[in-house]
Design a binder for this molecule. Structure first.
Ligand code: 5AD
Ligand code: SF4
Length: 437
C-alpha cells in the first residue's frame, strides 16, 4: 500500500498546505500512515521564518535520512514549504538522501512530481514559484471536522526588512471571492461551523481581484453563508486596518471579537528601520478605534526584540506599549538574520545575550497582563464553541469568541455546539467555568 506521513513546521498557512498535500495524495491512491516509520513517503513541510525553525528542520531531516540508510524499506523523503523554496538544490549538498524538493507555490503539482521522481529515480526539484499552480482548487484532507482554514491570498508585498516571506512566497495575490465563497459554502454543507481566513496580510485582500471585492466586503459575504457560525482571520497589517474593517467587525454577528495585530516594536525609529509603514501614534489610534467600536475585543500581537540598532530606549518603548495596550496575549521573538532581507545590512546587530535578556523582560512583563486580561472574564457568561474534550481529563473544551480556551463539565454530545458558560476561574492559558443553560 502506498502511504505517506507529513511533518509540518511553522504557521497555520503551512498547516493548511499540509492538509492540501494530504488531500491530493489520497486522491491518487496514497493512504496516510500512523507514524513516519510506517510510511513509504515522508514529507517535511518546512518553515524559514527564523533560524531556529531552520535548525529544527535540518536535525529532523538528518534523523530521517539516517534511518533511510539503515532501513531496507525504500522510502521517499520530500521537502516542501519555505526552506525548499529558499535552498532548492542546495539541500542536496547538505543532505544527499532527499528525493523531492517542492516550493510552497508549486504544491498543487505534488502528485505529478512524485510520479516523476519514481520514474527517474533521481531527485526532482520544483521551486518555480509559478502562482497559477497555487490557485488551483485541489482536494483538501482537513484535520478538523468543525473548524476549517481557508486561504484567501498568498504571498506578501510588504518587505518588512527582517522578513523572508516575500522572497519565498512571492508577490501578494488574492483568490477570487467567488472561489473562496464556493469553498466556504461547501464547508458549511459538510457541517463546518467556523472558518479562519488565512493570508500574510488579509487586510489588503482584493487588490487586483476581478470583480473587485475588499476584505470587509468579503467578510460580509461570508457572514451571509448559512451554517457558518464564526469567522476569524489572520494576519492583519496595522497599516491596512481600515475604518470599514472595524465597522464590519463591529456589525457582522459571525465575525469574532478577536484580532491579531502585530506591533513588532514600540519605537518609531525601529518601526521605520523595519519598514513597517506606521508610527506608534497611528497604531495607537487604530487600537483606540477598535476598542471604542468593540469594547470587549481580544487583542494579540507579535514582538521582535533585538532588531539591529535597538537601543535601551527603543526597547523600553516596546515595554511601555505592552503596558499601555494590555494585550490578551503576545508572541515574542528574538530578531533572527534571514537570507536576502534588508535588515542583514543594517549596522549594530545585537548579541544573543542581550536578545535573551530582552525577550525574558518582555515575557515577564506580559505574564501578569495576560492573567489580568483572563481574570476580567470571571463572573461573565461567555458563548463557547465546544470543539472537543479537554486535555485535562473528563471535561469539555471550547473557545470564546475572543479565542480563549474554556474548560467545563458537559456531555460529549455538546461537541460542535455553542453553549453559554459562566466563567469561574482563570489562569495564564485558559478559563474554566460551569454550563449555565
Ligand atoms: N526574526 C524574528 N522574528 C521574525 N518574524 C518574522 N521574521 C522574523 C525574524 N527575522 C516574526 C514577526 C512576524 C511573525 C510571524 O514572526 O513578529 O509577525
Ligand atoms: Fe513578513 Fe511583513 Fe509580509 Fe508579515 S507583512 S509576511 S512580517 S514582510
Amino acid at each position: 500500500m502506498k502511504s505517506f506521513y507529513i511533518i509540518t513546521f511553522g504557521c497555520q498557512m503551512n498547516e493548511h498546505d499540509s492538509e492540501r498535500m494530504s488531500g491530493m495524495l489520497q486522491k491518487v491512491g496514497y493512504q496516510p500512515a500512523a507514524t513516519p516509520d510506517d510510511a513509504e513517503m515522508i514529507i517535511l513541510n518546512t518553515c524559514s521564518i527564523r533560524e531556529k525553525a531552520e535548525q529544527k528542520f535540518y536535525s529532523e531531516l538528518g534523523r530521517l535520512t539516517n534511518q533511510k540508510e539503515e532501513n531496507s524499506k525504500a522510502k521517499m523523503i520530500a521537502v516542501a514549504g519555505c526552506i525548499a523554496q529558499q535552498e532548492g538544490r542546495q539541500i542536496l549538498s547538505r543532505v544527499p538522501n532527499v528525493d523531492l524538493i517542492i516550493g510552497p507555490s508549486d504544491i498543487t503539482r505534488l502528485p505529478e512530481l512524485v510520479r516523476l521522481q519514481k520514474e527517474r529515480h533521481n531527485p526532482v526539484i520544483e521551486t518555480s514559484g509559478d502562482e497559477t499552480y497555487h490557485h488551483k482548487l485541489v482536494p483538501v484532507s482537513r484535520t478538523d471536522s468543525l473548524k476549517a482554514w481557508v486561504s484567501i491570498m498568498y504571498g506578501c508585498n510588504n518587505f518588512c526588512s527582517y522578513c523572508v516571506v516575500p522572497y519565498l512566497r512571492g508577490r501578494e495575490r488574492s483568490r477570487p471571492a467567488e472561489n473562496i465563497l464556493a469553498e466556504i459554502q461547501e464547508l458549511a454543507a459538510q457541517g463546518y461551523k467556523e472558518v479562519t481566513l488565512l493570508g500574510q496580510n488579509v487586510n489588503s485582500y482584493g487588490n487586483g481581484t476581478l470583480p473587485s471585492c475588499s476584505f470587509p466586503e468579503l467578510l460580509r459575504r461570508i457572514n451571509d453563508i448559512t451554517g457558518i457560525e464564526r469567522i476569524r482571520f489572520v494576519t492583519s497589517h496595522p497599516k491596512d486596518l481600515s475604518d470599514d474593517l472595524i465597522s464590519a467587525m463591529r456589525d457582522l454577528p459571525k465575525v469574532c471579537e478577536s484580532l491579531h495585530l502585530p506591533l513588532q516594536s514600540g519605537s518609531d525609529r525601529i518601526l521605520s528601520a523595519m519598514n513597517r509603514k506606521y508610527s506608534i501614534s497611528e497604531y495607537q489610534e487604530k487600537i483606540n478605534k477598535l476598542r471604542n467600536a468593540i469594547p470587549d475585543i481580544s487583542l494579540t500581537t507579535d514582538i521582535i526584540v533585538g532588531f539591529p540598532g535597538e537601543g535601551e530606549a527603543d526597547f523600553q518603548a516596546t515595554l511601555t506599549m505592552l503596558k499601555q495596550t494590555a494585550y490578551d496575549g503576545i508572541f515574542a521573538f528574538k530578531y533572527s538574520r534571514r537570507p536576502n532581507t534588508a535588515a542583514l545590512k543594517l549596522k549594530d546587530h545585537l548579541s544573543d545575550h542581550i536578545k535573551d535578556i530582552r525577550l525574558s523582560k518582555v515575557f515577564d512583563l506580559q505574564k501578569p497582563i495576560t492573567l489580568e486580561r483572563n481574570h476580567r472574564h470571571i463572573g461573565a457568561v461567555l458563548e463557547v464553541f465546544v470543539d472537543g474534550k479537554s486535555k485535562r481529563g473528563g471535561k469539555l473544551a471550547g473557545r470564546t469568541r475572543g479565542n480563549k480556551v474554556v474548560n467545563f463539565e458537559g456531555a460529549e454530545s455538546m461537541i460542535g455546539r455553542t453553549v453559554n458558560v459562566c466563567i469561574k476561574t482563570a489562569s495564564q492559558n485558559s478559563l474554566a467555568g460551569i454550563l449555565c443553560e
